[in-house]
Design a protein around this ligand. Structure first.
Ligand code: TRP
Length: 466
């Protein structure tokens, strides 16, 4: 790998295709969509949509994805492919080739570090879906639903999970082991082979669940109205900012994950078209997740705005009241675990590419970074129980990592990528890489990237810090 980097260095921006890259455009789109689709879509989006009142929030979120997230997604993939190396190396090489300072590689350091930190607690939450898969298959959910007070029993199940370091550790370890296993086999033999069946499988499962929710609950219309009938009275400034922040997280931008995926992309694929497909699939999954979850919630007279516990407490309660609910619950948590895995691999990939660029073997790099992430994750899972007394600024270790990454690193990374692709790289370079010519589409994209995206991000950033 280091030899390859030197070749590139001598040759300027990459023009070669790596044998180890994605085998096709479809493979890349599946992998990037798999990265984008994750806990953000299934766990977070429904509960924030519920908390912020539904329709109007959804509309603002869609606008944020299209106007701010999508241009930055294009930029990040573009920078990755043109750099043609690990995120940090690629950023440095590209900046040099345009006569700029090496300091721009700091965007890469920030992203690799940020992805590393996100993965450490993301894996813990992803582990919850494995625990619930266990509860669904092993009878825990069924037993809780047969008690005199199913709602209290389901809450008990969730608190018991959070209170158990050993169960959390087991699930977190399984999640990280699966991630390392996939990543250690490389882009084509590992990531691509995993996403080729997982991402389509995930879609099939989700569509099945939406159909079931529509038929079995009889409340599909309520869910549609909730998600798509905007009532702007309920829309607050905070809701707009949450929608924007979530648009970044859900598209996986700002943390070099998409850059790492772009580095393995062939020159024939149109980045613009691929990005529209990725953002479209990601949005579709978020909306479908809402259409699978809310009919079940409304059928049981439950609250859509019940917060982070929505899918781990409210949904199991609801599932237990409906014919076929246990099977649906099993499929749902299996789907959630798969969606999380296709995201965790993208969060490990940047650090692994970085070490590879320094001469490490892929297997060793995946194991070493995976072990380090795992260790940090142990801190997160202990902060739910044994270490819950230790807080910084009123936040547990888990909450602190979530806060710093979501509110500082993610917007900062997104902003810097927009500046880098919109202002550091020359117009000619990005025009060439995008392959759209000097078309209206190209000009619109560059305008959004140079003016609209940075201002949008700066607003969220400032607000979140204050
Ligand atoms: N997009 C994923 C989700 O919605 C999470 C994710 C994967 C991510 N890779 C990322 C977030 C990189 C930020 C940066 O669950």
């Amino acid at each position: 790998m280091s030899a390859r980097v030197e070749t590139l260095h001598a040759a300027g921006p990459a023009r070669r295709e790596t044998a180890a890259g994605w085998s096709s455009r479809t493979a890349f789109i599946l992998a990037a969509a798999g990265s984008a689709v994750g806990l953000g879509n299934v766990w977070k989006f429904p509960y924030i949509a519920g908390e912020y009142g539904g329709g109007a929030f959804v509309l603002v979120y869609l606008a944020c994805v299209a106007l701010i997230g999508l241009p930055i997604l294009v930029a990040e993939i573009l920078v990755g492919r043109r750099g043609g190396a690990s995120p940090i190396h690629g950023l440095r090489l590209l900046a040099r080739s345009e006569g700029h300072r090496d300091g721009w590689q700091l965007i890469g350091w920030l992203g690799v570090l940020g992805a590393f930190l996100i993965l450490s607690f993301y894996s813990v939450v992803a582990g919850w879906s494995l625990a619930y898969l266990g509860h669904a298959v092993g009878g825990g959910l069924a037993a809780a639903s047969r008690t005199a007070e199913p709602a209290a029993a389901m809450e008990g199940l969730f608190s018991a999970l959070l209170a158990s370091p050993s169960l959390l550790l087991l699930c977190h370890t399984l999640m990280m082991a699966a991630t390392v296993l996939v990543v250690s086999h490389g882009v084509r033999q590992g990531l691509e082979r995993a996403v080729r069946w997982m991402v389509p499988g995930l879609f099939a499962l989700l569509i099945g669940l939406v159909a079931w929710a529509g038929v079995a609950t009889g409340h599909f219309g309520d869910a549609l109205a909730f998600l798509f009938r905007p009532s702007f009275g309920a829309l607050t400034g905070e809701a707009v900012l949450v929608a924007l922040g979530h648009a970044f997280f859900t598209l996986s931008v700002g943390m070099t994950a998409m850059m790492a995926y772009g580095a393995a992309l062939n020159r024939r694929t149109s980045i613009g078209a691929a990005s529209v497909a990725i953002a479209g699939l990601d949005t579709l999954v978020a909306l479908l997740a809402g259409l699978a979850i809310f009919p079940v919630v409304f059928a049981n007279g439950l609250e859509p705005g019940s917060g982070p516990g929505l899918i781990f407490v409210t949904l199991p309660i609801a599932f237990s009241q409906i014919p076929g609910g246990l099977i649906a619950a099993t499929l749902f948590f299996a789907f959630l675990a798969m969606a999380a895995l296709t995201s965790t691999i993208s969060l490990l990939e940047p650090a692994v590419q970085f070490l590879e660029g320094r001469g490490w073997g892929r297997r060793g790099a995946a194991l070493a970074t995976g072990a380090a992430v795992w260790l940090l994750g142990v801190g997160s899972l202990l902060s739910f129980n044994l270490w819950s007394g230790y807080t910084v600024m009123g936040r547990s270790f888990f909450e602190l990592l979530d806060f710093v990454t979501a509110n500082v690193l993610l917007p900062l990374g997104g902003l810097l990528v927009a500046v880098y692709a919109g202002r550091v790289l020359s117009r000619d370079a990005v025009c060439d890489e995008l392959g759209l010519g000097d078309s209206p589409a190209f000009r619109l994209w560059r305008f959004m990237l140079r003016y609209v995206s940075p201002v949008g991000v700066a607003v969220v950033f400032a607000h979140n810090l204050l």
